[in-house]
Design a protein around this ligand. Structure first.
Ligand SMILES: NC(=O)c1ccc[n+]([C@@H]2O[C@H](COP(=O)([O-])OP(=O)(O)OC[C@H]3O[C@@H](n4cnc5c(N)ncnc54)[C@H](O)[C@@H]3O)[C@@H](O)[C@H]2O)c1
Length: 257
């Protein structure tokens, strides 16, 4: 029998319009899931849905706003009947040491990367406990930046550490209710997120910076969004039934050195 199938599962992906989130939408749809692309950027979100066809829908969502996320979960449940998997993937970056991080930068990162995960989890847990049969899976896209100090990523590291802590805490509270919660901690993955950073901070040395980002990880390259998506499929599947409360590193040995 084919393994890691997501047939009949309803998957909602925040930040599903780009990079890792878009790859997660594609991979889960390929495994048979119905996918809700919950994305702030309507053009990006609609494009992903156009590629996936009838089994997917777009719902414009701002993860910094609890009501917006609750609305997306309610619409997903109305359209497809329930919510089986929430992937909290929406996230933003910031470059700066503590001295280079203004309060507004810090608040912006906390609002998207930390409150966004709180809002998504709150809305999803409410739905997952109310539905019959109850239960579900929450997957938080954290980062190795939540586990190690990355130079000049003060606010980003703080937010991703919080995501890992929330993951463990959620797993403990809801393990008896049939809700599993795990985090994925990618190393550097080549996506529009990285492309935007290179364009903004290293425009004149683009090729060299990209080569350095590849070389930073012992495996000699950046990850690909589809590689993170394949791990997400496993965590979402019934085969991962014993797995909850974990932070899974996928980083080409960056943190192993
Ligand atoms: N790319 C990497 O190297 C890397 C490494 C580790 C972790 N991550 C994490 O993976 C996640 C996805 O990263 P990516 O590289 O695919 O980035 P990306 O910039 O390509 O995609 C992020 C998506 O989130 C959306 N978004 C931003 N703010 C939002 C909001 N308030 N509400 C809803 N959607 C919003 C954006 O519009 C975008 O489509 C992020 O949480 C990021 O921190 C990325």
């Amino acid at each position: 029998m084919a393994r890691f199938q997501l047939n009949e599962k309803i998957v909602l992906v925040t930040g599903g319009g780009s990079g890792i989130g878009a790859a997660i939408c594609r991979a889960t749809a390929e495994q048979g899931a119905r996918v809700v692309v919950a994305e702030l950027d309507a053009n990006r979100g609609r494009q992903v849905v156009a590629d996936l066809g009838d089994t997917a829908m777009f719902q414009q969502t701002d993860v910094t706003d609890l009501a917006s996320v609750q609305n997306a979960v309610a619409i997903a449940a109305q359209r497809f009947g329930r919510l089986d998997v929430l992937v909290n993937c929406a996230g933003i970056g910031h470059v700066g040491s503590v001295q280079e991080t203004e309060p507004a930068d810090f608040d912006r990162l906390m609002a998207v990367n930390v409150r966004g995960v709180y809002h998504g989890s709150r809305a999803a847990v409410d739905q997952m406990l109310a539905q019959d049969p109850k239960g579900g899976v929450i997957i938080n896209i954290a980062s190795v930046a939540g586990q190690i100090g990355v130079p000049r990523r003060f606010a980003y590291c703080a937010t991703k550490g919080a995501v890992i802590a929330m993951t463990r805490q959620l797993a403990v509270d809801y393990v008896k209710e049939g809700i599993r919660c795990n985090a994925i901690c990618p190393g550097t993955v080549y996506s529009p997120f990285v492309e935007g950073y290179v364009e903004r901070f290293h425009h004149d040395t683009r090729e060299q910076t990209i080569a350095e980002l590849h070389a930073r990880q012992p495996i000699g390259r950046m990850g690909r969004p589809d590689e993170i998506a394949d791990l997400t499929v496993y965590l979402a599947s019934d085969e991962a039934g014993f797995m909850t409360g974990s932070a899974v590193v996928i980083d080409g040995a960056w943190t192993a050195t």
